[in-house]
Design a protein around this ligand. Structure first.
Ligand code: SF4
Length: 104
């Protein structure tokens, strides 16, 4: 099962956008139940850093909310896609001003 860009969850969002909340919730639960089943024992966390909170989303998200410096690793591709689109507006010249922190 692929989580990121999942077709079932995308279909759920389409229903929400059309105003069909009940159908959106039904489809969303289909995604969630498949997720629950498939990842009972499998690792669902794409983060490659050695971390004691690996796969523990509740604590990982709480930590990131608490420090407010950046989002959990699993959310970065999604956000970078949108930043990439915005960055086109300046022909990605923002890249000349960015110095990633050492730990990245
Ligand atoms: S929230 Fe944290 S623990 Fe959960 S998948 Fe994302 S990076 Fe991994």
């Amino acid at each position: 099962m692929i989580i990121d860009g999942n077709k079932i969850e995308k279909a759920a969002m389409q229903e929400f956008h059309k105003g069909n909340r009940q159908e959106g919730l039904r489809i969303q639960e289909e995604f969630a139940s498949k997720f629950r089943e498939e990842f009972k024992s499998k690792d669902h966390c794409p983060c490659q850093k050695a971390c004691r909170y690996h796969g523990n989303c509740k604590e990982c998200v709480a930590i990131h909310r608490a420090h407010e410096e950046h989002v959990p690793n699993c959310m970065r591709n999604m956000i970078n896609k949108r930043i990439g689109l915005l960055s086109e507006l300046t022909e990605h010249t923002i890249a000349n001003k960015i110095i990633p922190p050492k730990e990245v």
